[in-house]
Design a binder for this molecule. Structure first.
Ligand SMILES: [Zn+2]
Length: 418
């Protein structure tokens, strides 16, 4: 068997494993949230608030879709013409065309160009979220956040590219096998290391002061059988008015993180409701499941890239000789961008189903649908989310059930519908 045939067979096995695993672990059947309840809930929300949320999203759309279109166009222009390969070659020239310089500096340059193309749209988006009072950041701290994100991406990207092209050089015919294992390992590593290492770069965390709420949250976790080390408060208010909470870490490092904005805004029963939702994610190991799906997907993607590398016309378009050389970085980026776009709606659907299950968990754990519904109302109004977004946008991008869906789920739960 040739390496290519092995690669095709392995890709087939990975895709079957991926689909099989998702079929079994994703809660495809969502808890009831009748449309009649959704419409009733929508009617009860203040009309002015609904109008303002819709206005906010209309204002965001040109920037969001413009950025998406220009980002895609830029990636295709760099990757499917010789432009990207020339950029990479140019970056390596001062270093005698050394492959390490091409891989690291060339990779950074390509990503930087792509980033600069979409930066104006990100800035536009920032002006909108400031105008609507969601973001509290001035341009200085905003720019610092952008630079930090790029730096984090640059470090991870440089390590990944260096590893990838080391393997393609050492094993020109079998790199797909090592690359697949490497990509899967990287996904697992990032999933567990990122929250611990990257979170503190963007936020400060302080243990929640001892008091009735902290005690209640720790009790809730104990009652749920999810061991939690601590309850931390994140200083999100220095950047946003949006409210949120999450559970991160695993085993002894697992902690409940609550935004300080949530504590300032919400009644204690509502904070408990949000924490119960997050405990639902921890209890069903949603992060681990997502990591396994991501790892299988990353391994499959590397093999798919290897197989695409046998398409002569594609390589000629990009002005490169092989998929495994650093000058192909822009081509790799273009293909990954296209795959990400195609996978987006599927990812959103899976995410919505998992979120609906966490909501059901919160309702069952607290037995307090009134507080749950109050919290959903508050989340919707503070974060200015469209309570009942247009169906196409919902299907393409929504990672969570809509506000009215979540309110309807609480009402169905209150009636004893499961
Ligand atoms: Zn969630």
């Amino acid at each position: 068997m040739t390496p290519r045939l092995w690669a095709a067979c392995t890709l087939g096995v990975l895709l079957v494993a991926l689909i099989g695993y998702a079929a079994v672990t994703v809660p495809w059947q969502r808890p009831p949230a009748p449309r009649a309840d959704q419409i009733a809930a929508l009617g009860e929300l203040p009309a002015e608030q609904v109008a303002r949320a819709r206005e906010f999203h209309s204002a965001l759309r040109p920037g969001a879709y413009g950025g998406l279109a220009i980002g895609l166009l830029g990636a295709l222009l760099l990757g499917l013409t010789p432009l990207g390969s020339r950029l990479v070659a140019w970056a390596g020239r001062p270093f005698g065309d050394h492959w390490i310089a091409q891989a690291v500096l060339g990779g950074l340059l390509v990503v930087l160009v792509a980033e600069l193309l979409t930066l104006p749209f990100a800035a536009w988006r920032h002006t909108v979220v400031v105008r609507y009072g969601i973001s509290t950041q001035t341009w200085g701290p905003w720019a610092v956040d952008v630079a930090k994100s790029f730096a984090v991406g640059a470090v991870i990207g440089a390590i990944a590219l260096l590893g990838f092209f080391t393997v393609t050089r050492l094993a020109p015919r079998w790199w797909w096998a090592f690359g697949a294992v490497g990509a899967a390992t990287l996904v697992v590593l990032l999933s567990f290391v990122l929250p611990v290492v990257v979170e503190p770069i963007f936020n400060k965390f302080t243990p929640m002061a001892a008091g009735p709420l902290r005690t209640e949250l720790m009790d809730l976790a104990a009652r749920d059988g999810v061991p939690v080390g601590d309850v931390l408060v994140a200083d999100a208010s220095r950047r946003t008015r949006a409210v949120n909470a999450y559970v991160s870490g695993f085993g002894p490092t697992r902690r409940i993180v609550v935004y300080d904005t949530l504590l300032a805004e919400a009644a204690p029963a509502e904070v408990v409701s949000v924490a119960a939702h997050e405990l639902g994610h921890a209890k069903r190991h949603d992060v681990l499941t997502g990591t396994i799906v991501g790892a299988l997907g990353a391994a499959a993607a590397v093999i798919a890239l290897y197989l695409l590398g046998s398409l002569g016309w594609l390589l000629r378009r990009a002005g490169v000789d092989a998929m495994g050389e650093p000058r192909a970085i822009a081509l790799l980026l273009a293909l990954v961008t296209l795959a990400g776009l195609a996978a987006g709606p599927v990812q959103a659907l899976v995410s919505r189903r998992v979120e609906a299950r966490a909501d059901a968990h919160a309702l069952a754990l607290t037995g307090d649908p009134a507080a749950f519904e109050a919290m959903q109302r508050r989340l919707g109004s503070v974060n200015l989310s469209d309570p009942d977004p247009p169906p196409w946008e919902y299907l393409m991008t929504a990672s969570h059930p809509s506000t009215v869906e979540r309110m309807a789920a609480a009402r169905a739960y209150a009636r004893g519908e499961r």
